[in-house]
Design a protein around this ligand. Structure first.
Ligand code: 3SK
Length: 513
């Protein structure tokens, strides 16, 4: 158990502690332009906090961050927290309509936006009663003030605001398959709990680690991976502003030689799909790869291990719990499973009416642990559905196998009942994914001519393969050979790509529509 003192400011712990403990000269971040030491980062955090105060922002005010992964991100995020102001980082891939909604919902007083994203924010600003300032990170845009100029004018000393461990620290928006995104409110003690329980305990992170995350900082997964975990232990993180592609990611692996790499299954599969894509360094220090965002197909983990010589540690987390709560362990990986609860978190599987499910049967996953959001902002109905005392409803279906490992069965709202029996779309997708012609698959329910739901598959193919009736028949037979017959997809559609969220989750609801 971690004892976080009642009077606690997360920025003092994650940033200033390193200066007090003599790590000021060590490198904290490397982005596409520069690198900064812990000492320089601490000064930038202070300048950013003072710049916010100079804009007239008060403790507990919110600021929205629509920012790409550069060193400005941690400087502003922790600068706000140090000043008692609440940063709300948001997905950088959304539409003006989405930003307009979140600006009103959060009542953010200021928006900080990367230069490349400025045009979409400008379109979101019409009729926003709460926004007073718009500040640009990077080159000037729209005649707005630049963060770099505001920081240059601000003082490099700042005493931390007298915040409490239980006090609102930052928010992250969580988007479900329907409805508007919900602001999950996190408190000051949440980051340290994830950094110790998962970052140190499971990944064994230390100041000797250099990490690189293809998942971006705006996503709870990336925020821990490449910012709070390395910062907590005094390690180093590589940041990349551009979109993660197999090529851009491999370049960072080769150039910076990280010890830990984090990505989502789609990226691992995409990197494996190109047979020419291989690590260039004989002397690579890579000791661990991590996957989350959706369950890692067994065969992707096994092929990655063969090609890159390093295991992928698969886990699952959520925006509400801030980071990973079920995970495999280094040296104890069981591909095809999400491992076991991270010590410090408790998990339970229940039926829809809350009864415990017997081992081997599918149930709804609930999690309890010390990094849970306290509520969704201004949304009592959804808060009551999700947060039940110490337990958080994840919306995921799981079963526990004979080794005590959790095996993903899909989202609660994606499960299919075929002939009265639950079918996990994920299980059928994994079986399809084992066929050498298949790059990725998504399975949804479709009513047949009798109005009875049966599995339907959408499949993207490996390079050089063509989808035709013969291949469709072969894939159906392939699934029948591996799973109970009733699970095979009655229809197979070959598509160029699958609809995905920014964080790599397949949007099955779009296929259902
Ligand atoms: O999707 C996940 O598995 C995840 C992991 C860590 C943090 C946040 C999320 C959503």
């Amino acid at each position: 158990e971690i004892r976080v003192p009642r009077a606690y400011n997360a920025a003092a712990d994650f940033i200033d502690r390193h200066i007090a403990e003599g790590r000021g000269e060590r490198v904290a971040f490397i982005d596409d332009r520069e690198q900064v030491t812990y000492g320089e980062l601490a000064r930038r955090v202070n300048r950013a906090g003072n710049a916010l105060k100079a804009l007239g922002l008060q403790p507990e005010d919110r600021i929205m961050m629509v920012m790409l992964d550069t060193i400005d991100f941690p400087a502003l995020f922790f600068g706000a927290i140090k000043a008692g102001i609440v940063p709300v980082p948001v997905n950088t891939l959304l539409t003006a309509d989405d930003y307009a909604y979140m600006l009103r919902d959060s009542r953010a007083r200021a928006v900080f936006v990367s230069d490349a994203l400025y045009p979409v924010i400008e379109s979101a600003l019409e009729d926003q009663p709460f926004v007073r300032d718009v500040v640009v990170s990077g080159e000037a845009a729209g005649g707005r003030p630049r963060l770099a100029d505001l920081m240059a004018r601000a003082d490099a000393d700042l005493a931390p605001a007298e915040t409490l461990a239980d006090e609102t620290c930052f928010w992250l928006y969580s988007s479900g398959s329907t409805g508007r995104p919900k602001g999950a409110v996190h408190i000051h003690s949440d980051m340290v709990n994830t950094a110790v329980l998962y970052g140190q305990q499971i990944l064994g992170l230390s100041q000797n680690d250099t990490v690189f995350s293809a998942a971006k900082l705006f996503f709870a997964y990336g925020l821990g991976n490449a910012m709070t975990f390395p910062l907590y232990v005094g390690g180093k993180a590589v940041l990349m502003a551009e979109r993660p592609t197999p090529e851009s990611v491999l370049k960072r692996l080769n150039d910076h030689n990280p010890t830990v790499f984090y990505a989502v299954p789609t990226l691992y599969a995409g990197m494996l799909a190109d047979p020419a894509l291989k690590p260039a360094r004989e002397d690579a220090d890579l000791r661990l790869c991590v996957s989350a965002g959706e369950a890692l197909p067994r065969d992707v983990g096994e092929r990655w291990r063969q090609r890159f010589g390093v295991d992928i540690i698969d886990g699952i987390g959520s925006t509400e719990m801030l980071h990973i709560f079920l995970s495999n362990r280094p040296g104890e990986v069981r591909y095809g499973t999400t491992g076991k609860p991270v010590p410090g978190y408790e998990a339970k599987l229940t039926t829809e009416d809350g009864q415990a499910v017997p081992q081997g049967e599918i149930g709804d996953l609930w999690i309890s642990g010390p990094s849970s959001a306290v509520a969704y902002w201004n949304n009592r109905a959804r808060s009551l559905e999700t947060f039940h005392g110490p337990w958080t409803r994840t919306g995921d279906k799981y079963l526990i196998d004979e080794n005590g490992c959790y095996v993903y069965q899909g989202r609660s709202d994606d499960m299919l009942k075929v002939g009265g029996i639950w079918v996990s779309p994920f299980e059928v997708e994994s079986a399809l994914g084992e066929h050498e012609a298949v790059l990725e698959a998504a399975v949804v329910g479709r009513a047949d001519h009798d109005g009875l739901v049966k599995p339907e598959a959408f499949v993207t193919l490996a390079e050089g393969r063509t989808g035709d009736d013969a291949l469709a028949g072969e894939l159906q037979g392939f699934v029948k050979d591996r799973l109970a017959k009733y699970k095979y997809p009655r229809w197979i559609n070959f598509v160029d790509e699958l609809p995905k969220t920014a964080t790599g989750k397949t949007q099955r609801f779009k296929l259902r529509d």
